[in-house]
Ligand binder design. Structure first.
Ligand code: ADP
Ligand code: MG
Length: 699
């Protein structure tokens, strides 16, 4: 046991209670954990502002001055303590909503203080709410020039475990234990990349002497974090590629050819052709395919899936396709049956609502090998679904499934089946590199010909009349319309109410018999839902009013208007997905974003991006910048398999690219990391610090 494993409770000033809180709230148990708890920012405390230099929209700043008086202002929850704070150039207000007594006792009148905070500008006056205050003395050596800030929790604050407290604790920890820290990266990398040592990096991230030193430390730690991930991914991939697979698709046979000649309803796009070639090569390679197919909504991934299946069938394997919703599984099933007409292929559908007797028959067909294609929802992964010889698994809208669910499909044959995962949620490049780093990636970057770009417009509640007029015009032209209401889990009931209310209002504006409307939401019975959807698909209803259940996959080429209510409540990727439901035919289509007329700056930006771009990848990048990687669609549901502690996928793209290139290069030269110079790297792939990640399951 190295002394870095020493529990933090033995550090000065901690004790059992605080140690318990550190463990529970921050997952810090040992000295090592503490050393690796990085500040989220550093503030330059060398620059001081004068009050007459203040301007609106300044970040956090510090001012030297004195409090000349206190005053209680306001009533009820608005009740606050206001101090007048002056320097030789002017006066501002310091404001507290809590801790009034303590503040007045602690900060005395006419004493020089350094006040730190973010100034607000309102009614011609500046004020700083809940400022940080330090006494001002001539000797400022106790204040670090670059003050680190550590995240803390509410509970920690109650026990006076502030950011500064952590910083002080870190000081003790560094003094006593830094010399025990061992380098994690091989010397050749440190030299060639000009990195600082791990010890120096830890010292400087917590106690930087200068900005230059801090930057070097950050660079080294970010690189290590991203490199560790990339090395693990590259290592897994290289192991997979070495392992032989018995599922080899040597030829393209009768089914594929016959489909191509007689059943293919249109010419494939060049992108579709290219992707099918990439897949064919994988299937015949003698190793398991593990490929991600990325393509914007409407780019024709389904057809690629189908033709991939035909290759597997031609080689005597069974295949399955898993979709995230019943509606989508049904739709795939129906279009597959239609497209595969007159071919000797047995297709079955298995979902949660498949009847028992039918289910039994399907199971029989699967185990005997008479069923060739199985399409379904996650009902497919249940243990009693056994294939005779499953060779290929396709997962549609894969971001809807968790890692564990996908892994279960791997186990449906003794040799893991080939895997193709498809997604229309464009993922920023950097995120894809980390999330799907061990997958090969194919991209359909071309839409089928003849599609007109969708026109997107943002309207506020006050302009609803215009929207109604546009809908009426389109319906007169024979088109159909989607109206989508937001649905957020926590407020499901409220959202349902809003949907129903919206539906009744629309019924008044679009009365029968001239108009026919239908409604779909998550709390309806599957049968009712399907009936409404089916009616809409068949053109019986002019308008489908729904929650986001239609978000993924549905295909109604005659629909030309997508109206999104409360669009400000949706993320960019989700808006883009919804928009992709229209524009699937030859007609001009419209996406209408309806919002309240009061909008946050952020929401306004999102609406603007939607109005100006139709490109899923541009939108995904913008989303990453606006919301940060943790919130990107597709990572919430399936969960990021790991947490980043210091690197940021939006800001550190260059470091990430470099880390990836280096990791790939190393694994290419030394696939099992067995050479002596890579001893440290072997350690990085066998043990990932703190997190307990099973890298072999990340796909
Ligand atoms: P997605 O990639 O979003 O799953 P789909 O596979 O549902 O897209 O395809 C969208 C629509 O485009 C479907 O109506 C499909 O029949 C049509 N389509 C697919 N490929 C082509 C093509 N090469 N030419 C014309 N239309 C196509
Ligand atoms: Mg699709």
């Amino acid at each position: 046991m190295s002394s870095l494993d020493t529990p933090v409770k033995y550090l000065p000033g901690i004790g059992p209670k605080r140690a318990e809180i550190l463990a529970a709230d921050l997952n810090i148990v040992t000295v090592e954990d503490l050393l690796l708890y990085f500040p989220y920012k550093h503030v330059d405390k060398t620059r001081f502002y004068k009050i007459n230099e203040l301007a609106p929209d300044l970040p956090y700043i510090q001012i030297i001055g004195k409090i000349v008086g206190y005053q209680m202002v306001g009533e009820g929850i608005k009740k606050r303590l206001v101090a007048t704070f002056i320097d030789d150039t002017g006066a501002i207000e310091l404001v507290w909503f809590q801790g009034h007594k303590w503040v007045q006792q602690t900060y005395t009148i006419n004493t020089l203080y350094i006040v730190y905070g973010k100034p607000n500008f309102f009614n011609g006056k500046y004020s700083i709410p809940h400022p940080e205050i330090d006494p001002f003395t001539d000797d400022q050596s106790f204040r670090p020039a670059l003050q680190p800030y550590y995240n803390t929790t509410e509970r920690m604050k109650k026990y006076f475990m502030t950011s500064r407290w952590i910083h002080k604790l870190m000081g003790h920890c560094l003094e006593k234990y830094l010399k025990e820290v061992e380098e994690t990266l091989p010397t050749y990398l440190i030299k060639s990349l000009n990195l600082v040592s791990l010890r120096d990096a830890l010292q400087s991230i917590h106690y930087p002497q200068s900005i230059a030193e801090l930057k070097k430390a950050e660079y080294r730690l970010k690189f290590e974090e991203l490199f560790t991930i990339q090395l693990n991914l590259a290592y897994q991939k290289s192991i997979r590629k070495k392992m032989p697979s018995s599922l080899i698709c040597r030829q393209v046979g009768d089914l594929f050819h016959s489909f191509y000649q007689h059943n293919l309803p249109f010419e494939l796009t060049n992108a579709q052709k290219r992707v099918i070639k990439e897949i064919r090569k994988d299937l015949g390679s003698g190793h398991q395919m593990n490929r991600l197919l990325q393509g914007d909504v409407g780019s024709g991934k389904t057809l690629v899936a189908l033709m991939t299946m035909l290759i597997a069938l031609d080689n005597g394997f069974q295949t399955c396709l898993m979709a995230p919703t019943e509606i989508l599984a049904n739709q795939h099933y129906e279009s597959f049956v239609r497209l595969l007409q007159n071919l000797p292929i047995n297709i079955q559908l298995l979902t949660g609502s498949t009847k028992k007797s039918a289910r039994r028959q399907i199971m029989e067909g699967l185990s005997e090998g008479t069923t060739h294609i199985l399409i379904g929802t996650h009902a497919l992964i249940e243990d009693n679904v056994q294939f005779k010889n499953l060779g290929l698994v396709i997962i549609d809208e894969q971001h809807r499934f968790g890692v564990a669910q996908r892994a279960k499909l791997w186990q449906k044959n003794t040799s893991p089946p080939h895997v193709l995962v498809m997604t229309a949620t464009p993922i920023p490049r950097t995120l894809a590199m980390t999330l799907y780093g061990d997958l090969d990636v194919s991209v359909i970057d071309e839409l089928p010909p003849g599609r007109k770009p969708i026109i997107t417009r943002h309207f506020t509640d006050l302009q609803r009349e215009k929207v109604i007029a546009l809908i009426k015009r389109e319906i007169e032209l024979g088109r159909q319309v989607y109206i989508v209401f937001p649905l957020i889990k926590e407020s499901e009931k409220l959202d349902l109410k809003a949907l129903e209310k919206g539906f009744h209002q629309l019924q008044k504006q679009f009365p029968p018999p001239q108009y026919s409307l239908c409604m779909v939401h998550g709390q309806m019975k599957a049968a009712e839902k399907d009936e409404a959807m089916k009616g809409f698909v068949e053109g019986k209803h002019h308008m489908l009013v729904s929650t986001t259940v239609i978000e993924v996959g549905v295909n109604v080429p005659n629909a030309s208007v997508m109206v999104i209510e409360n669009a400000e409540r949706f993320g960019l990727s989700q808006l883009h997905q919804l928009r992709g439901r229209v524009g699937r035919g030859a007609d001009q289509s419209y996406c209408i974003l309806l919002t309240s007329h009061k909008l946050s700056e952020d929401a306004r930006k999102r609406m603007h991006i939607m109005e100006t771009s139709n490109d899923g990848f541009v939108i995904a990048e913008a989303d990453l910048k606006l919301r940060g990687p943790g919130d990107i669609e597709g990572t919430q549901q399936s969960g990021m398999p790991f947490e980043l502690h210091i690197a940021n996928l939006a800001k550190d793209q260059q470091i990430l690219q470099m880390a990836k290139d280096i990791a790939m290069d190393i694994v290419e030269k030394d696939p099992l990391l067995n050479s002596p110079e890579n001893v440290k790297l072997k350690f990085l792939v066998s043990k990932t610090r703190k997190e307990n990640i099973n890298w072999s399951l990340i796909s």
